[in-house]
Design a protein around this ligand. Sequence first.
Ligand code: HEC
Ligand code: HEC
Ligand code: HEC
Ligand code: HEC
Ligand code: HEC
Length: 312
Amino acid sequence: MVIRRLVVFLFFAVSGSAGADGWDPTSKASNRFSINNTRHNLTVSFNPLQRIMNIARNDYLEVCVYCHTPHGASKRVDAPLWNRTINVDPYLTYDKPRTLDRPIGQPGPNSLTCLSCHDGSISIDSIINMPGSGLYNKAQETTVNFTFLDAWPGEGFDGRHFVLGPGFSQPGRCTICHNSNSPTMPDYEGFVIGTDLSNDHPVGVQYPVTFEANVDFNAPIAAVSGRMSYFDENLNSFADTREVRLYDTGDGPEVECASCHDPHGVRSGSDGSTFSPSFLRVNNGVADNGTSGTAGIVSHGASALCLTCHIK
Ligand code: HEC
Ligand code: HEC
Ligand code: HEC
Ligand code: HEC
Ligand code: HEC
């Protein structure tokens, strides 16, 4: 019995491991209805093997708290009720040829939030305000303190507060299990963006504000003054979750991680449809091909996300 289950796991791992589009159709998360059913549910309650993760992070039993808190939120980053430690050290920025000669800066708040897990330097469970009373530590805004995190009375192991990765062999990283050598566990090596952003789509980069004939970018058609510009596809004067946006934190509209991604998941079609893969605001072309991970996905057309901004 044990052997048969192993074979099944192996089969899944080989047949459906994370594809070129950086998304894993074999996930046990249904990617429907709510963030609770996605990989951003760090309680991992959607997965029958959730408790294995207790050796790697505190299980706060609440989904939102890994990122938000109703009280005592971070003052260090301009993000909604932010509960996580953020990195205050500089990142290496995109350094390859670019069409426009507009400045590229450090990642803004709407990227620092994502990087607080995906740069692989901060423990997944490193929050400022743990559920319950007396479990608040302001210094956590910028510094991970294991002694504080060990005070969590619920499930979790003292001293075990893993970062996402990377690394196959180093302790303290989720990728010690979640790597390509461990066929029974999804491989997360590719999800660690790191602190070197020079080979990633530019963030902290300014978007054009004038659109003459030779500028091959589309004009966002709406704006919330001083906060963002957005592609108001349904013309309802509201920045819907499925609409690509450019964040303005003082230097004009810029591309950030959350321009393209919504970490809560975005329905690809009507209510109940499967979320667009990879938490994208616009499905970049993944179609329902009858496999479990794609069932119920509505394709928005090949490279639909890219072509929202780029005229190509
Ligand atoms: C211009 C749009 C865009 C921006 C900006 C962007 N991404 Fe993505 N991201 C994508 C697309 C599209 C995918 C789907 C996979 C692919 O095509 O590589 C993706 C995939 C991912 C993945 C899955 C693993 C992988 O590499 O494929 C992670 C994790 C991720 N993005 C995190 C981030 C973070 C963190 C930032 C900010 C530093 C960011 N993204 C900025 C478009 C973007
Ligand atoms: C001891 C090895 C081990 C470590 C360390 C570990 N995991 Fe896991 N993880 C597993 C196993 C086993 C599964 C279940 C695999 C399956 O469902 O096929 C899993 C599943 C998951 C899933 C659900 C996968 C899915 O889509 O169904 C997530 C999310 C996850 N782990 C996140 C993490 C994070 C974040 C960390 C680090 C804080 C971590 N894991 C550390 C072994 C581990
Ligand atoms: C993995 C981290 C993460 C988790 C878990 C999470 N959020 Fe968020 N949330 C974010 C980020 C990042 C933003 C800011 C997005 C941006 O830059 O525009 C945000 C923004 C929000 C906003 C502001 C409006 C918006 O959508 O931008 C609300 C409201 C919100 N989250 C509610 C929740 C609730 C409720 C839960 C739990 C059910 C939750 N979030 C879980 C990361 C998370
Ligand atoms: C609390 C930590 C945390 C924060 C904050 C966070 N992520 Fe994640 N993210 C994870 C973990 C853990 C996973 C599951 C393991 C993996 O796929 O790397 C994940 C998975 C992903 C994936 C792959 C989805 C899939 O279906 O496989 C993408 C894309 C992604 N995150 C993008 C983002 C972006 C963009 C942001 C910010 C808007 C963000 N994340 C914020 C922890 C986080
Ligand atoms: C939110 C708007 C937006 C989206 C969506 C977007 N881009 Fe970009 N992209 C930009 C901006 C702005 C730059 C920086 C341009 C510059 O500074 O020259 C850029 C730069 C680039 C570059 C570097 C070369 C250049 O012309 O600067 C490439 C290549 C690129 N994007 C490809 C893509 C691909 C592929 C996708 C889809 C996965 C995508 N982009 C999605 C806005 C976007």
